[in-house]
Design a protein around this ligand. Sequence first.
Ligand code: PLP
Length: 402
Amino acid sequence: MTSTLREPVTLQGRIRTELQKLHDAHLHISPRVLEAPQRARTRILGRDVVNLASNNYLGFADHPFLKERAAQYLQRWGAGAGAVRTIAGTLQIHEDFETQLAAFKHTGSALVLQSGFTTNQGVLGTLLQEGDLVVSDELNHASIIDGLRLAKATKKVYRHKDLTDLRRVLDENPTDGLIMVVTDGVFSMDGDIAPLADIVALAREYGAVTYVDDAHGSGVLGEQGRGTVHHFGLQDAPDVLQIGTLSKAWGVVGGYAAGPADLRDLLINRARPFLFSTGHPPAVVGALSAAIDLVQQEGGFMERLWDNTRFFKAELHRLGFDTFGSETPITPVIFGEAETAFEASRRLLERGVFAVGLGFPTVPKGLARIRNIVTAEHTQDDLERALNAYEAVGREMGVIGG
Ligand SMILES: Cc1ncc(COP(=O)(O)O)c(C=O)c1O
């Protein structure tokens, strides 16, 4: 018998092939490097730029109040947690912060995990079992999609914010198991808000619970930034799960699940990222506790965020740009083809504005865009500088008239 000899796959070969695929599909990314802190104005490629690319909604990432508390916790509690939380890595400050977060969210308890990404993996992976049905908005974040890959439930997708389609999916997939509808609170690419009151009402007709990933609603919507669930007055609903991140408006890193004490207890015992990955270092906990204090002690952050958002959107519309129905500080400007969006992003950077172009598969084909995120920290001057650059680039490229 003759054996067919083939070249064994080498590590080098694998890496080269995969990179080539990315280049061929124009999907290869090289992150821009910030040469100054994460602020409304920063430095890139040696140039001062207005930063419209971050998720730093409230301007907390480099806020002195957070940095001071982080430094205090670092000095008092050390550099690291030293173990996973369930073994020896739960410090008093971890528990205190979770109590503070639960009080802020008006929930019985809260559990903090390493990131928003791992929170979706941990919570979805824990709650969903074989025989359950989970129905997910088609534009939900990648971490939800990956979290659902870990769940053994039947998984279905409904068209973006389409309640008729959601009803169809629920009708077509009856089960005696747990039924869960999963949605982002605010959608990260379009900046639109989930119609949560309607989703929850529909879910209830089918005895389903609603899981809200509020990564982009926390710190942005609801009283003092309590999030999308509060924005819709649903914080006391036992069938609405509040999941979110501490990495965006709150300026640091982490994810949370806020709900009744027994949810926390179950997640501590079952959520794999919680069980098998080290807890946050003290400086992170300190900065986060300061962020929640700051938004309650000193008003004005959300007001500035929303004033800036309204001004920026209105001016973009006046110039003739399409912001795709965005309702929040996430403000996409649609360019159509990916190459056009990437070229516009390059030209904006040359004019001192940092805003990132996004194409397929991050957003649908033909809807490539630049995603702008306005923050509370931007001044009128920053926004006017950005708008002037947009106007010039839009005209040069024939995206707007004049
Ligand atoms: C909806 C949504 N969920 C989760 C995440 C992940 O959050 P984190 O950056 O804390 O891992 C993001 C961030 O991109 C997000 O937009």
